[in-house]
Design a protein around this ligand. Structure first.
Ligand SMILES: Cc1cc2nc3c(=O)[nH]c(=O)nc-3n(C[C@H](O)[C@H](O)[C@H](O)COP(=O)(O)OP(=O)(O)OC[C@H]3O[C@@H](n4cnc5c(N)ncnc54)[C@H](O)[C@@H]3O)c2cc1C
Length: 329
């Protein structure tokens, strides 16, 4: 483990950010060593992946480890399915492409989500009708005592864009295990996918991933061209008593297993933010939930814009939008 002072932190918002100390974590021993250094110096210790869901400050205090464990192996395989173990530093989208190439179903709907495998359980990534929680078998963490242990899906406490890891930052994810199947796992009921495939049957995971990639690419800004972190706000969950009120306003309500969800994009749009620019930040015209950075160099500019969006949604609808990315200070 090689500690670098003032290490630049890659992030898809295009912000200039430096960690007081940074290092690559290629093995769980590196995590132990980096954390020990931080503890000895009385500094905070954080781990990130590809920086696609963080808003980093210009100077990040303490030690930031960039996860780089890229192992991948089959743990168990039968006629109908298998369990795959993947290191936390593996690129998520490359993993999806690898799995669909093998003809394995399970994560094809989660194609083109940027970032690392290890960050995926942190906010229980989800898209196009599938959440990671549905396919994950276990998550390996290096806990605060320095022990490596596997947590079951139940122990991970997955919810909508949430998990125990958001409350337990001392638990560093080093690997995950996925349950994948070789046939019969087609999930195309999400409206965009349903209309893409109409009544087509016998789809392969590769065809589904290709459709997801095409639909996403048409809607979402490519961070290498238009820096962003994907959805900046979570879709708010409302209690049943308020459903009728929002339906009367003509807003879409999605009934899910976790409750009634409103579209944050629709609320933001109704407040007139679609494609609106303030300073060097704006809402993406095709998806106002995505804030795009057009040259702001500091996190504060992004957060000011986000705060203005939140304030207008709160004023119009009495809804407090929750920010999705982590702020790294
Ligand atoms: C264009 C775009 C589209 C996106 N679309 C989606 C989408 O459809 N669905 C969705 O759910 N998300 C989406 N995202 C958000 C993002 O891709 C995911 O949250 C992704 O999992 C972040 O991975 P990362 O490696 O970049 O994490 P980072 O940004 O590096 O880290 C995110 C958080 O996870 C923590 N973390 C990272 N690695 C570890 C680890 N090994 N152990 C413990 N904690 C860790 C970090 O401390 C931080 O709090 C999108 C982002 C972009 C830019």
């Amino acid at each position: 483990m090689n500690l670098i002072q003032n290490m630049p932190l890659a992030n898809t918002l295009g912000l200039a950010s430096y960690a007081q100390y940074g290092c690559l974590l290629s093995h769980s021993d590196d995590v132990v060593a980096a954390r020990a250094f931080a503890q000895a110096e009385g500094l905070p210790f954080r781990v990130i992946g590809a920086g696609s869901n963080i808003v980093p400050m210009a100077q990040v205090r303490g030690v930031v480890g960039v996860m780089a464990i890229t192992t991948r192996r089959i743990i168990d395989e039968g006629d109908t399915g298998l369990q795959l173990e993947v290191g936390a530093g593996h690129n998520w989208h490359e993993l999806v492409l690898y799995c669909v190439d093998q003809g394995w179903f399970g994560i094809e709907n989660l194609a083109l989500i940027p970032g690392s495998v290890g960050a995926a359980p942190v906010q229980n990534i989800g898209a196009y009708g599938v959440e990671l929680a549905e396919v994950i078998a276990a998550v390996q963490v290096l806990d605060g005592r320095g022990d490596l242990r596997w947590l079951s899906t139940e122990e991970c406490g997955f919810g909508y864009r949430s998990s125990r890891f958001q409350q337990c930052p001392e638990e560093i994810i080093t690997a995950i295990r996925l349950n994948l199947v070789k046939a019969g796992h087609i999930k195309i009921d999400y409206p965009d996918l349903a209309s893409y495939f109409r009544d087509q049957a016998d789809l392969t995971p590769k065809q589904i991933a290709a459709a997801v990639i095409e639909i996403r690419s048409a809607k979402l800004p490519d961070p290498s061209v238009n820096p962003n972190v994907g959805s900046f706000f979570k879709n708010p969950i409302i209690d049943n008593a308020r459903i009728a009120y929002f339906e009367d306003l003509g807003l879409s309500i999605f009934r899910t297993s976790v409750g009634a969800k409103l579209s944050a994009a629709q609320l933001i749009d109704r407040c007139g933010w679609k494609a609106k620019q303030a300073g060097q930040v704006r809402c993406w015209v095709k998806q106002p939930l995505v804030l795009v950075n057009h040259g702001a160099t500091e996190a504060a500019h992004i957060l000011e814009f986000a705060s203005d969006v939140r304030a207008s949604v709160a004023k119009a609808f009495a809804i407090e939008l929750e920010i999705e990315p982590s702020i790294l200070a």
